[in-house]
Design a protein around this ligand. Structure first.
Ligand code: FEO
Length: 398
């Protein structure tokens, strides 16, 4: 990413990671890559807001050097400990050892446990201010959006919010602003990001949005730590987050299944036909060959989820089990669900799926549907009705 002046004396100095395909270990696929954004403010005090993933330390340093010698940096704002934003910190601090790092108490603890650096660290709290010269930075703690250490930094003179991970997208692009990129890709990635990272944190997010609204601070630009910067109508992403956090959904059903010999797959296709018959939007995924990150994104605005599995050794199949285990912690609200599956001599999969759905707090809209061996004509008719009835529950207001 080349250095870009985003405001007078404020530069984007981060990097593009074009090739990353797995993020957070392998919990998130990044088919469009990502960026690690960092911002450099040139004022009486020179300030770097966040760094980048450690593998890109030298690129970040080269970018900073294009604007100012790195040893001139007075402050480094650490909005977040996670290594995609702090990984380059040790290399930066080697070049400006007298710089002061500012972050939350949890950030201080986390950075120490990651890097064991002997750095000058100033703990900041919500409302604390840092005078840079013509500009000021104010801090807003944002615990669990999405780590306990997370913090937003705001520059009132520029009406610029740097909320780190919040409002980001995993989107590698040379363009720096949201209004310059393909809007389908942008919103696809914003939804994927919210669904896969922030979904379980909706209540915290709503509270933080309310808190920021009460501060009545003007917002001209929201510059997150991944993806592009929101400058035209920056509230559009805030409003979208509000909608997602309030669990607003569409009359849409996601069906995901795993099948051993095709019986559960036949059931799935008839259930889908039943849902379609009622006019609802539908997405069907065979979970083994599907991208988990994409499935979660499709679930984000769906009102209903139906999961199916063949029974194997009294259990559901392992790929669906892994997926359900992953989403169990999301605890999605205002959704309904159901389970189905085939078995040979003793069932088990449907009951297991239902137990996980109950644990996740997702209401079961129907008794699970089981078929012995391969579905016959009557079984397939039952699957069709199962899909129609499920859709009818959603149409009826659930
Ligand atoms: Fe982009 Fe929580 O790190």
């Amino acid at each position: 990413m080349s250095v870009l002046k985003i405001l007078p004396d404020i530069y984007s100095v981060g990097v593009v990671d074009w090739n990353v395909r797995n993020f957070h270990g392998h919990t998130y696929t990044t088919k469009r890559g990502t960026t690690y954004n960092a911002y450099l403010i040139i004022d009486e005090k020179i300030t770097l807001v966040d760094t980048v993933y450690g593998a890109f330390s030298s690129e970040l340093i080269e970018n900073i050097q294009q604007v100012v010698p790195v040893n001139k940096i007075d402050y480094v704002i650490a909005n977040h400990v996670e290594t995609d934003h702090s990984g380059a910190l040790p290399e930066v601090m080697k070049l400006c050892p007298k710089a002061k790092i500012l972050g939350t108490e949890k950030c201080k603890e986390g950075l120490y446990r990651y890097y064991y650096g002997d750095w000058d660290f100033q703990v900041v709290k919500t409302g604390d201010k840092l005078k840079l010269g013509k500009r000021t930075l104010t801090f807003l703690e944002a615990p669990m959006i999405h780590w306990p250490d997370s913090m937003f930094t705001y520059c009132p003179e520029e009406e610029l919010l740097m909320p780190n991970d919040a409002f980001g997208q995993h989107l590698a692009t040379k363009e720096r602003f949201a209004d310059e990129v393909d809007q389908c890709a942008l919103w696809d990635e914003a939804a994927k990001y919210y669904g896969n990272i922030l979904w379980p944190l909706g209540a915290v997010i709503l509270k933080k949005i309310e808190e920021v609204k009460k501060l009545n601070i003007p917002l001209k630009i929201i510059a997150p730590s991944h993806g592009v910067i929101w400058r035209k109508d920056p509230l559009q992403i805030v409003n979208r987050y509000t909608s997602w956090a309030q669990n607003e959904t569409l009359p849409k059903v996601v069906v995901a299944y795993e099948s051993m010999w095709g019986a559960t797959e036949k059931m799935a296709r008839k259930i889908v036909a039943g849902v379609e018959e009622e006019g609802l939007s539908i997405k069907l995924f065979e979970i083994t060959g599907s991208d988990r990150t994409e499935v979660v994104k499709e679930m984000l605005d769906a009102r209903g989820f139906i999961f199916g599995s063949s029974t194997h050794d009294n259990n559901m199949l392992p790929n669906l089990a892994g997926f359900l285990d992953f989403i169990r912690g999301f605890k999605p609200r205002n959704r309904v669900s159901a389970a189905f599956g085939s078995y040979g001599w003793a069932g088990g999969a449907v009951r297991q799926i239902e137990n996980i759905l109950k644990e996740a707090g997702i209401e079961l809209a129907a008794t699970g549907l089981e078929v012995k061996y391969m579905p016959d004509k009557n079984d397939l008719e039952a699957c069709f009705k199962f899909g129609r009835n499920f859709a009818a529950v959603i149409k009826g207001g659930k």
